[in-house]
Design a protein around this ligand. Structure first.
Ligand code: ADE
Length: 316
């Protein structure tokens, strides 16, 4: 089918039975004309299935969440905000595309584009660590993607390796916005979101101190991720949550002391240190958000307009 034209599956959902918010009658086939090819992931609220549309042979990643479970865990807000993010912030080259969303009696379903390149967790597991040039490329695309979410006044709050998918060429697409939040104003001091969620090692100090937090938590988490990409492990580590959180809040990192990070360029060290500033108002990104982050010397030489067409630096 011509690029950009809606697939039959897409049309089925939007034109006919499965309008958003519409509850299909029991017995209606959920994904007519599709074959189930496998399971891509299982989460707390459901699974992501790999589905192939027979007529076009096109693959989709179908995220199915159990309504009862969502309700029991008070997660209705989360799936609503996830749908909002996907609808508002997309389509964007670095954000996973949502073809449609619908519901049945029992489940809420998001039909997402399928990305065949795996996620960044697997990439790192395979390579151990990335070369700085390679990490820089991924971090550049991430900065753009996070900036795009922020532009729509969403805080992602779930920056982590597992939520960064890759297409067949290795370009990233971020996914999973179940923990995202909406913030009212663009101020760095915005304190509209107050709960603790997300993965422990990526939590910003201001989340842990429960002072309320805003979009700047995503830049902290990007700093954690940057460190993980080149060091192969997180900067703050402990099996014990209490100790981990105390380190995040108090421990000062010294990248020149650690064997794994002292070899990094001055620019990359400054980039990581800038993002991992504990004071929200002094953190890289606190003043000019994505533009400030993208303007850091670490990204010198990155052509932001060409990024999505750039060839991925091969691992050495
Ligand atoms: N796992 C979760 N979402 C996915 C997607 N959209 N494509 C491939 N794998 C996934």
């Amino acid at each position: 089918r011509p690029q950009g034209a809606p697939s039959e599956l897409h049309k089925t959902f939007t034109d006919r039975t499965y309008l958003d918010g519409f509850v299909a009658p029991p017995g209606t086939p959920m994904l007519p004309g599709c074959d189930l090819e496998g399971v891509l992931g299982k989460g707390t609220f459901g699974s992501v299935m790999l589905v192939r549309e027979r007529s076009t042979q096109e693959r989709f990643a179908v995220k199915i969440m159990n309504k009862e479970h969502l309700l029991r865990e008070n997660q209705l807000e989360n799936i609503t905000v996830e749908r909002q993010v996907l609808r508002n912030a997309g389509p964007h080259p670095f954000i996973v595309e949502c073809h449609s969303g619908f519901q049945t009696e029992d489940v809420v379903v998001l039909v997402l584009e399928y990305l065949s390149g795996g996620d960044m967790f697997d990439l790192l597991a395979k390579n151990g660590t990335l070369e700085e040039e390679e990490a820089k490329f991924y971090l550049a695309e991430l900065a753009v993607a996070i900036g795009e979410l922020h532009r729509f006044k969403f805080v992602w709050r779930d920056v982590k390796l597992e939520n960064i998918l890759m297409d067949e060429l290795g370009h990233i697409r971020i996914t999973d916005f179940g923990l995202a939040g909406r913030y009212a104003s663009g101020q760095a001091t915005d304190t509209s979101i107050k709960d603790i969620s997300g993965t422990a090692v990526y939590q910003a100090p201001e989340i842990l101190s429960r002072k309320g937090h805003g979009r700047i938590v995503d830049w902290w988490a990007l700093g954690i991720l940057a460190y993980i990409l080149v060091a192969g492990r997180p900067p703050f580590r402990s099996d014990d949550y209490k100790e981990l959180f105390s380190k995040i809040e108090k421990e000062e990192l010294d990248l020149d002391k650690d064997e794994r990070t002292k070899i990094l360029s001055v620019e990359m060290k400054s980039f990581i240190n800038g993002l991992l500033v504990k004071d929200v108002n002094k953190r890289l990104g606190s003043q000019g958000d994505a533009e400030e982050v993208k303007g850091h010397p670490f990204f010198k030489g990155i052509s932001w307009e060409e990024l999505e067409k750039m060839e991925i630096p091969a691992p050495l």
